[in-house]
Design a protein around this ligand. Structure first.
Ligand code: UD1
Length: 430
């Protein structure tokens, strides 16, 4: 069982290179199967969710050539099955993008009900509403979603909630539907725009991604392309917060500063300094972290995927702060773990109240989900003494070589697979 062992107390200083955006790459990989020609994708993050989806794409018969850790060529022309089902694909959330991609291309698809981190009930009614509006029939049987259509026809669809997944999924299917589709009340996240750009580079006709309304003129087929995934705003934000929390100084490279504005604004509020450059940001932590209030919202609001990392800063602030979680009801699972490290946090419904403490003390904690896991890693680096973090597999879903990047910034952290390795680390760092 892999665990992180951390000796805390080191301010993180130096430069870090941000990988490609996991959540954009997942949609882009699904889009790639929609052509019958090679699609070359670059700047893929080397994380487990991506590797699971690539394996599933290969298993349905697509020709997949993994030219390097960060690039892949996919030719969907050889696909023999529209059913994606293995024990790994069941566990990731983005398996559902194969539904939109297969339905668009083959008018039929069969994928497992999606897994992903247990951060709330995570329904997919809006995805299914969109597919039905395009003319698909949907059945759920034995844990599988089965979609079939004689023909997909463009339609006017108003989403009841702003959903990243539903926006991308219905956009994928509508790209190859007959006629025009208008999607209203859509998500505006940078990865929605990235996937629309990628589809357009394959010959799709999608306008408006990044606004509330996306207009799609269906095309008959999509062709090959070469595409590079945008940088991961959440990985970048995690390192930005790490600088503030450890009172360090990090140049976060290969980012799009515009995508980080909500995070940057909160960093200013808590007293950190942020300098923006063309494709990097430098964050310097301040001795005193000021308290503030955070509400998660769809983009351009403060991202729910940054809420746990922000919470770590607020737990160390000089005063009382609050976090209101508006997207997922189960996103405060890290609270009990941070409490083991000395934090003082009370949760009532979707609001957490933080009474700032001076310092965390190292403890044995459990990652519980992807972003909560990343938050605990940063907390461990700021803490006094040793912290061990279990369930590292969650963190590996979305962070590429997190420990290596942190070591380069001066953190004393190691990925271990036995008690013996933990003892060795403790002896080494003293
Ligand atoms: C995606 C991201 C996830 C991020 C989230 C919000 C991926 C693989 N995951 O998840 O990291 O936390 O966006 O930025 O890209 N909802 C419904 N019905 C639906 C769909 C969603 O009610 O059919 C609700 C959800 O319960 C939630 C809200 O809409 O309250 C937003 O969810 P959504 O944007 O769909 O999140 P995901 O796409 O699952």
């Amino acid at each position: 069982m892999e665990r992180y062992i951390i000796k805390g107390g080191t301010p993180l200083v130096g430069e870090v290179e941000i990988s490609g955006a996991k959540n954009a790459a997942l949609g882009i990989l699904a889009a790639a199967v929609m052509a019958d020609e090679p699609v070359a994708i670059d700047n893929l993050p080397d994380v487990s969710d991506i590797n699971v989806l690539i394996d599933a794409i290969s298993e349905v018969g697509a020709n997949v050539v993994r030219d390097s850790r960060h690039s892949v060529k996919i030719n969907g022309g050889t696909i023999t099955s529209t059913k994606a089902d293995n024990e790994y694909i069941k566990k990731i959330r983005a398996s559902y993008y194969l539904l939109g991609a297969f339905l668009g291309k083959f008018k039929r698809a069969e994928v497992p009900l999606p897994g992903g981190c247990n951060i709330g009930s995570r329904p997919i009614d809006q995805h299914l509403k969109g597919f039905k509006a395009l003319g698909a029939e949907i059945k759920i049987e034995h844990g599988m979603i089965i979609a079939n259509a004689e023909e997909l026809t463009g339609n006017h669809i108003f989403f009841d909630v702003v959903s990243v997944g539903a926006t991308i999924n219905v956009m994928l299917a509508a790209a190859l539907a007959k006629g025009n589709t208008v999607l209203e009340n859509v998500a505006k996240e940078p990865h929605v725009v990235d996937i629309a750009n990628m589809l357009n580079s394959m010959g799709a006709n999608i306008k408006g991604a990044g606004t509330d309304v996306i207009r799609i003129k269906g095309v008959e087929k999509l062709h090959g392309t070469e595409y590079s995934v945008i940088p991961d705003q959440i990985e970048a934000g995690t390192f930005m917060l790490a600088a503030a929390i450890t009172k360090g100084d990090i140049l976060v490279k290969n980012v799009i500063p515009k995508h980080l504005e909500a995070i940057t604004a909160k960093l200013y509020e808590i007293g950190a300094t942020v300098e923006e450059y063309d494709d990097s940001v430098r964050v310097k932590g301040n001795e005193v972290i000021k308290p503030t209030h955070v509400r998660t919202l769809p983009y351009p609001g403060f991202p729910t995927d940054m809420q746990p990392q922000m919470a770590v800063a607020l737990a160390l602030a000089d005063g009382t702060s609050t976090v209101t979680e508006n997207l997922f009801e189960n996103r405060f699972k890290y609270v009990d773990e941070l409490t083991k490290m000395g934090a003082s946090i009370k949760v009532e419904s979707n609001i957490a109240v933080f009474e700032g403490i001076k310092e965390f003390t190292g403890a044995e904690v459990n990652a519980l989900d992807l972003r909560a896991g990343a938050a605990l890693v940063i907390a461990g680096i700021a803490a006094k003494g040793f912290t061990t973090i279990e369930s590292v597999h969650y963190i590996k879903r979305g962070y590429e070589m997190l420990e290596k990047k942190l070591q380069k910034l001066g953190a004393q952290i190691e990925l271990t697979s036995s008690d013996k390795e933990i003892q060795k680390f403790k002896l080494k760092v003293g």
